[in-house]
Design a protein around this ligand. Structure first.
Ligand code: PHB
Length: 250
């Protein structure tokens, strides 16, 4: 790809533009995008204009920009992650109908837990997870499952980084996290009480693919002091359904 005078490639700049959109920042002006992507105003306007023409971004009547439905269409068409979501959906609906609390599916993405789906009843409690949003591995039940059953290098990388506290109960000591990961492997599930917000408890189980690799975490978010045993029974049943649909014969 051709490089700009500053040395970054066209692809670098496109990625920086697209990455200015986050789960909480979904609408921006072209000038804001340029500033956040570190691009001169003229380049930002040109790149945004080209992406709008291609349908990857959309411009509303106020000339504000959002991600275009064409980008969603292309991503959804061939993504492994979305195939997994589709396969998991019936089991997630069954878990949600029984537990009647937020039910979520997450995968590992760039050392974070990325949420592919979240089902919530109108009366479900607090939950900071968003579809297509991310949570830190050490601070969420899904993340702990993905980390505990992940590769050794991943664990060492995460343990070597500062473990940011989101509440007073988040594990921030690497030695404690190491023990927690061993416990998750032994028990086959993770309970994160108050790790990410004090009012909630996350409970997650691993989901294995055809080859027996942990490919996702299935979780529920309960009010902090709710019993975890009934939810765990439903999560284990849901996980088995998804694994069967994925072809895992464990
Ligand atoms: C968790 O998975 O541990 C979790 C996720 C979202 C919350 C609370 C807990 O809001």
């Amino acid at each position: 790809m051709a490089n700009s005078p500053s040395g970054d490639s066209v692809t670098d700049r496109l990625v920086r533009v697209l990455e200015t959109f986050t789960p909480t920042r979904t609408v921006q002006t072209a000038a804001e995008i340029g500033r956040r992507a570190g691009l001169p105003g003229s380049s930002a306007h040109r790149i945004v204009g080209e992406l709008v023409d291609a349908g990857l971004l959309e411009r509303d009547d106020d000339r504000r920009i959002r991600i275009g439905v064409r980008l969603w269409e292309l991503a959804t068409r061939s993504s492994q992650a979305l195939r997994l979501r589709q396969v998991a959906m019936p089991a997630m609906e069954r878990v949600q109908a029984r537990v009647r609390e937020h039910t979520q599916l997450a995968i590992l993405e760039q050392d974070e837990a990325l949420f592919l789906e979240r089902l919530s009843a109108p009366d479900s409690g607090a939950n900071i997870t968003r579809i297509a949003g991310r949570l830190p591995l050490h601070a969420s039940s899904s993340g702990l499952v993905l980390l505990a059953f992940g590769e050794r290098e991943l664990q060492e990388r995460v343990l070597a980084e500062p473990l940011i506290a989101l509440t007073r109960e988040t594990i921030t000591d690497p030695a404690v996290l190491r023990r927690k990961l061993a416990e998750v492997r032994t028990l086959g599930h993770a309970v994160a009480r108050g790790f990410i917000e004090t009012v909630s408890t996350g409970v997650a189980v691993p989901v294995r693919d055809e080859a027996g690799r942990v490919t996702a975490a299935l979780s529920v978010v309960l009010p902090r002091d709710a019993p975890t045993e009934p939810a765990l029974r439903d999560l284990h049943a849901g996980k088995r359904d998804i694994e069967q649909a994925l072809g895992f014969r464990g």
